[in-house]
Design a protein around this ligand. Sequence first.
Ligand code: MF3
Ligand code: CO
Ligand code: CO
Length: 269
Amino acid sequence: MVDAYKGPVTRDGIRLHNEADFAGMRKAGHLAADILDRIAEHVFVGQSTGEIDRIIEAMVNAAGATSATIGYRGYQHASCISINHVVCHGIPSDKKLKDGDILNIDVTVIVDGWFGDTSRMFVAGKLGRKAERLIEVTHEALFKGIAAVKPGNTFGDIGHAIQSFVEGHRMSVVRDFCGHGLGTVFHAPPNVLHYGREGTGPVLEEGMFFTIEPMVNLGRPETKVLADDWTAVTRDKSLSAQFEHSIGVTATGCEIFTLSPAGKFHPTY
Ligand code: MF3
Ligand code: CO
Ligand code: CO
């Protein structure tokens, strides 16, 4: 990771950030979440995901921020938009949304060098019953993971909280993609798995910054990446959903940097 960070790092390579760093993440997270709040009205039947992405890029630029995804490993868009059985990393295109489509929109911005990364689910037209259940369980799974975040717990505790909740609802957790440390870089240690055993993995310490971003499938957990080298889909074509927050570990729990300023994160807002 080539950046200016000079603070402490754990033996697992996880950076421990200070109060000024929290302030930086607050600004970046706020912008990312605010963009998702304001994109909601642009999601409707007949709209293309490419147009949604162009609006997001314009919002990033208007805020004087930088898109973290444009130019990242050759990716060319300001968002990932993943519809129905697309698990993650869907590429915006001229494809139009159809009635009942569910979609995850994932935005990462850089503000004053700090990365704010968040995604949430949207629907075009009328939300179907199965899709609604999937979205509800995935949203709650993210918050089960967040509830496990406090100094002394482990990353395995986060994964276990998510996995046991999801599987208790007869849905499955995607193993092929995970959350990640972030801060002044996009992807840093550790890998934040959304499954696992209690008490395993690195111990959480105050000042760690990372994402939790569970992907949940109605069917089996296996995924495959399409020939475009980005789009990940469920192998069995079942519906998939995802929610993502960027968080920082505090003395007593965590701070969520990407809370929706308008209270629009929850799918039934
Ligand atoms: N924002 C995604 C994440 O949650 C990463 C997208 S990388 C891209 O980690 F290149 F596909 F945009
Ligand atoms: Co992320
Ligand atoms: Co993301």
